[in-house]
Design a protein. Structure first.
Length: 219
């Protein structure tokens, strides 16, 4: 199945990259024990802002979008520096940043999945590409900082939210829904699940809890 790729305005794509870079720099600036210098903070921000798109395009064997325009690297770098310099201000706006971050995850998920479908990938690999696009920046951040990957720990529903949204997009496309409508639904569902998980502390069951349940069942 091949469909037209979902596209968003160029400024909105740059805004998503900027928000990701802002988040990444704020995260890095809070880590005192690593003693990261200004360049390191900026690089982490750029990685988070551009990481998902880079991994998406590498999986699709395409030239990364960040290499086709001057603006991606410029916006990511500027947003990372702003996030670092105005850390205390953005900490007060944490709820707004979380909301914008959730929307960004949804946008990256929708763009990644629709690009994969447009490239001729089957449905399941297309969902995988969309999820990687949504969470790739945070994975690269944690690997670079030599931290446990947050995606794999209790309390993170980034991948679950992105997976639900991308799966819905694929199902809607299979049913003949217009790609713009399907992608919009993907963004909305991903955003809502992510925000609800933050609001109510939702998470997947911990591995130890599953192990304890099995022991209880055998006794």
């Amino acid at each position: 199945m091949t469909v037209a790729a979902f596209t968003i305005p160029f400024w909105a794509d740059l805004a998503a990259v900027g928000i990701g870079a802002l988040q990444g720099a704020m995260f890095a600036a809070r880590i005192k024990e690593h003693r990261i210098d200004l360049l390191g903070v900026a690089l982490i921000g750029v990685l988070v802002g551009l990481g998902g798109g880079l991994l998406r395009d590498l999986l699709l064997n395409q030239l990364p979008a960040a290499m086709r325009s001057n603006w991606y690297l410029v916006i990511a770098s500027a947003a990372a520096l702003i996030g670092m310099l105005l850390l205390q201000l953005f900490d007060r706006l944490n709820s707004l940043i979380i909301a914008l971050d959730a929307v960004t995850i949804g946008l990256f998920a929708a763009i990644g999945t629709s690009k994969a479908l447009a490239s001729g990938l089957p449905e399941v690999p297309a969902i995988f590409v969309g999820v990687v696009a949504a969470v790739g920046g945070s994975i690269l951040r944690d690997v670079t900082l030599n931290l446990p990957i947050a995606l794999m720990h209790v309390g993170s529903l980034y991948a679950v939210a992105a997976g639900a949204g991308t799966a819905l997009l694929v199902v809607l496309v299979l049913l003949g829904t217009n790609i713009l409508v399907a992608a919009t639904a993907c963004v909305v569902v991903t955003t809502v699940i992510r925000l609800l998980s933050v609001r109510f502390g939702w998470s997947l069951p911990e591995q130890r809890a599953i192990g304890s349940w099995r022991v209880w069942r055998r006794s």
